[in-house]
Design a protein around this ligand. Sequence first.
Ligand SMILES: *[C@@H]1O[C@H](CO)[C@@H](O)[C@H](O)[C@H]1NC(C)=O
Length: 200
Amino acid sequence: MKTLLTVTLFCTIGFALADVASEFQSANITSDILKGHGPTDLIEVKYGNNVVNLGNELTPTQVKQIPEIHYKHEGGVLYTLVMTDPDVPTRGYNREFNHWLVGNIPEESVEKGEVLAEYVGSGPPQGSGLHRYVFLVYRQDQGAITFDERRLSTWDGKQRRRFSIQKFAEKYSLVGPLAGNYFTAKWDESVPDLHKHLGF
Ligand SMILES: *[C@@H]1O[C@H](CO)[C@@H](O)[C@H](O)[C@H]1NC(C)=O
């Protein structure tokens, strides 16, 4: 049973393999925030029945809760996972907002990792168009990392601005991004509450 599950998951990921790098390139994510080195594997990201699929549009209401995450991983290896928005305040500024950052994840057990930024859903300002919400996974070849960042709570909105996943990855010599996925979202009526909570 377990083998069957693993095989099924692997096939799902393997099927999308060819698409990820080119999708990230044509969406300009690779050039905007990753210095030209994009992921090749897919991260499975599910918000209940809403599945993230390389650029599909979801609403801020649909992505309020932490999603379920799966990716191809090796036994005994630690990973770092991020969700970042490169379109803050609007597309073209190339400034990132740190939505979720978890390090020291054993294999793909995100809930057992070290939370560096608690999960916050999408909050694209009204009139700022479609934002890209990008998930990336990196491998920690050196094993456990002692991160020196202060843990960001859900209300630490201002401290999440001007993030750079590329700089973060370089600082800790993370390998990757190995896997990625992204969705897009624009403002809906749930956003003002989120902004209030974030301290804006
Ligand atoms: C990607 O960037 C190029 C050059 O700035 C631009 O012409 C193109 O419209 C962008 N594509 C997307 C999907 O944003």
